[in-house]
Write a protein that binds this ligand. Structure first.
Ligand code: ATP
Ligand code: MG
Length: 397
């Protein structure tokens, strides 16, 4: 199952690129679903039709859907949420505030991913294109399985302690409602099944992100950070979309000559920074891109000679290699300088911080007890050399 995620700074053309890609795939005969996971939906506007949280057919082989994350959340973890609302209300909070507080951080994003994964598992589609919304929310989406993993483990441990140790006593002395079995089951399902399968979907080689940019400094800088952060969480990128390029025809106008010069420079910079990812381009159109015809033309510019469904470029994957007496871990981490990087082993986890993101990776058994010998940046990769703990020597008799 091919899953393509579109992300980028606000307003750069993500929704347009997602819809255009969906249309291109469908036109090639691939049953495709375009999902709007951006809470501020505009997929319906771009496709010039009215969408709902249920997929509906918008063109031959093409369905589209605007997800309702809260509804998905209620479907999967309603009991957990209802319990939290009751708990907060019992503490004197009013209904609205209790409902706001009961929104488990990131749970909506998680519910969104579950819906995408459900469609990816169903045999109805061969490709899913996701309009992820602005970079920040995309990164919340992809980093979430790991972040919630640790938060939920703590939550579960506390809940278990309450029920097993305190429930008989607590129900007599406190008016706060205690969680019942359904709450536990939902939390456990979230922890042990959902997070694993979401994570597996995100790092699947058939899932890739495409970064949409325009030839503007701030937009490109944000995409560079997104590329680094996605790589840190092992989500592969396979292409960059450079949208809204001034067509060469404007070179006749003196006013645009400087702009064209700047644009060429930015294009070169993007090609070199994101290499080996290809840069797909689309010109600035005279008018908004709305409706199937305009979207097909946009797709034709973007993909030109490219196959829209293919993995267009390879952004590397995490590798562990034997090296002399120890091991070497190679992690793609484009555009990171040594001074914004921190690498440390805590028990059996490797903690890598790049900029303001941090990831904890479970080390494989092979590296159990290993220590970091050194870490350095080589090209676009972080290279960590491990030395193994000396194996316990047989005692002389
Ligand atoms: N190449 C282009 N030429 C002209 N207009 C464009 C082009 N690409 C996108 N647009 C227009 O720019 C507007 C924003 O595009 P779009 O909604 O795809 O951006 P977005 O990145 O999804 O924005 P948001 O962050 O708000 O979700 C739309 O009106 C769209 O029609
Ligand atoms: Mg959008």
């Amino acid at each position: 199952m091919r899953v393509i995620l579109y992300t980028g700074k606000g307003g750069v053309g993500k929704t347009t690129a997602s819809a255009a890609t969906g249309l291109r795939l469908a036109a090639a005969g691939l049953p495709t679903l375009v999902v709007s996971a951006d809470p501020a939906h505009s997929l319906g506007d771009v496709l010039d039709c009215c969408l709902s949280p249920q997929p509906q057919t918008v063109a031959p082989h093409l369905d589209a859907v605007e997800l309702d994350a809260r509804e998905e959340l209620g479907r999967h973890w309603g009991a957990l949420r209802d319990y939290l609302v009751t708990l907060f209300r019992s503490q004197g909070l009013d209904e609205v505030l209790a409902e706001e507080l009961a929104l488990i951080p990131g749970a909506e994003e998680l519910a969104t991913l579950v819906a995408v994964d459900d469609w990816a598992r169903a045999s109805q589609y061969e490709a899913i294109v996701v309009d992820c919304g602005p970079t920040d929310s995309t990164l919340r989406l992809v980093t979430l399985p790991e972040v919630s993993d640790s938060a939920l483990r703590v939550l579960l441990r506390i809940q278990r302690a309450i029920t097993t140790l305190l429930k008989p006593l607590a129900s007599r002395v406190t008016p706060a409602p205690l969680p019942d079995g359904r709450v536990f089951r939902e939390a456990e399902r979230m922890l042990y099944e959902t997070l694993d399968r979401i994570r597996a979907r995100l790092i699947d080689p058939q899932t890739t992100a495409r970064l949409v940019v325009t030839p503007e400094r701030l937009v490109i800088d944000e995409a560079r950070r997104a590329y680094r952060d996605l790589s840190l969480f092992e989500v592969r990128c396979d292409a960059v979309v450079m949208n809204r390029l001034f067509p060469d025809a404007v070179a006749d106008e003196i006013f645009f000559q400087d702009w064209l010069e700047v644009q060429r420079g930015r294009m070169k910079e993007v090609e070199s920074f994101f290499s080996p990812l290809p840069v797909l381009t689309a010109p600035l159109q005279e008018d908004e891109i709305v409706g199937l015809e305009a979207l097909s033309a946009h797709a034709a510019s973007l993909f030109d000679e490219w196959d829209a469904a293919a993995i267009l470029g390879v952004s590397g994957a995490l590798r562990l290699e034997a090296s002399g007496p120890g091991y070497r871990l190679k992690m793609p981490l484009p555009g990171v300088s040594a001074d914004e990087l921190d690498v440390v082993v805590v028990e059996n986890e490797l903690h890598v911080s790049a900029g303001d993101r941090r990831r904890a990776l479970f080390l494989p058994d092979t590296l159990s007890g290993a220590a970091i010998h050194r870490a350095r940046i080589e090209g676009n990769e972080l290279l960590i050399e491990f030395v193994l703990a000396p194996s316990p020597q047989a005692q002389p008799r």
